[in-house]
Design a protein around this ligand. Structure first.
Ligand code: GLA
Length: 381
């Protein structure tokens, strides 16, 4: 009896100690959205499992760390409007419900793009290219229906994605070929009509390179002169270890900001794997053969590379924090390394490490580095 009465309190003490330890470690985990709360929103692109409560360890991480979300795929034309008279809102509705439940800033991505848009959009019943009038009507119906459905719920839209070539000219997409260059104006007008309060964005990759940036500036200025209330430009931010240089990013932010619009990083990731191509373009159609030399870290990231990635993230975030008055949002393209598209692109089957959380949802040294920059930014304010 005696020994029993002694064991109970000891067990209690031990459990309390374990509980206290767990609480301390929970409390000690820094939070991105808090660290950047006076600077910009901080978010992630979510896949279907992640906003349906089937994201495993990411399920608790997402609402804890982020205050804005983007949909990886469910609002793209092929997902939401797969056939001429067929809209499929199930997944997009779930995405929006998730964002509202967690009181997040909800991004719509994307209304007009040349990828993940079904072929029927540009063809008639006989398979010939549709005329301008038909395509304009389809564009209007799509935007009015999708933006209209989420009016007042989706806060900002990537209206047009990737309209530019690397030299700054307009990409010869089916949109351009059939409608001419004013398809952009039409798309923004239709979106504004459907939800006058939603923010409207232009989103693209490699705008940090001068020729393409000049094209985007001309495009945005033209839209502004036509009365389009464009709120921000999205730099996708599919970055590499050596591109863009911090100074190049800074110059890009300042140049766009001078147009009177905000700048957002909308699809941030940093690729540490050996380059399969010298191109800086995040052209989703690229697909290179898997070779061992392109996939060196299948058993984990060596510490030296882990540290180099942390340093690279710190350098980039230093620029973002310095220019916080011009920035409205920074969104990562994925939550953990496990769900990054860089495991499949531009080489299928690689083990990639581009984000702040590892495959077990644990913060990486890059996470700590980014938090550190946020804290220093606050201190020097
Ligand atoms: C582009 C698009 C995104 C996504 C990524 C790759 O950047 O804007 O929607 O498809 O490619 O996943």
């Amino acid at each position: 009896m005696k020994s029993h009465s002694l064991t109970v309190p000891l067990t209690c003490v031990a459990s309390l100690a374990i509980l206290a330890g767990a609480l301390t470690s929970v409390r000690a985990q820094p939070v991105l959205k808090d660290a950047f709360k006076n600077q910009f929103l901080i978010g992630a692109a979510l896949n279907e499992d992640q906003f349906s409560g089937k994201g495993g360890c990411a399920d608790s991480l997402i609402p804890a760390q982020f205050n804005t979300i983007s949909p990886e795929n469910v609002l793209k034309w092929e997902s939401i409007h797969p056939g001429p008279n067929q809209y499929d809102f199930g997944s997009a509705d779930r995405y929006v419900r998730y964002g509202r439940k967690h009181k997040m800033f909800i991004v719509g991505h994307t209304l007009v793009w040349h990828n993940q848009t079904p072929a029927w959009v540009f063809r008639d019943d006989k398979g010939n290219p549709v005329d301008r009038e038909t395509l304009l009507r389809r564009l209007h119906d799509h935007i009015a229906t999708v933006v209209g459905r989420y009016k007042g719920k989706i806060n900002g839209w990537d209206v047009v994605n990737e309209a530019l070539n690397e030299d700054g000219t307009l990409r010869p997409s089916p949109w351009f070929k059939i409608l001419g260059g004013d398809y952009l104006l039409k798309a923004y007008q239709f979106a504004h009509e459907a939800d006058p309060k939603a923010q409207l964005y232009y989103n693209d990759y490699s705008l940090e390179n001068a020729p393409k940036r000049a094209g985007a500036i001309a495009l945005i200025q033209k839209l502004q002169s036509q009365g389009v209330p464009i709120a921000a430009v999205g730099l996708q931010g599919h970055y590499k270890m050596n591109w863009p240089a911090p100074a190049q990013l800074e110059e890009t932010i300042k140049t766009f900001s001078a147009l009177g619009i905000k700048v957002m990083i909308t699809e941030l990731d940093v690729d540490v794997l050996p380059a399969a191509t010298r191109s800086e373009a995040a052209e989703v159609g690229m697909n290179f053969q898997l070779q061992a030399r392109l996939n060196p870290y299948t058993n984990g990231l060596p510490d030296s590379v882990q540290q180099a990635l942390a340093k690279r993230y710190a350098d980039l975030f230093e620029v973002l924090v310095q220019n916080r008055k011009s920035m409205s949002r920074v969104t990562f393209w994925g939550v953990t390394d496990a769900d990054s598209w860089l495991n499949k692109w531009p080489v299928k089957g690689r083990t990639s490490y581009p984000l702040l959380f590892d495959r077990q949802c644990q913060p990486k040294p890059a996470f700590d580095a980014v938090i550190q920059v946020a804290r220093q930014g606050v201190r020097s304010d």
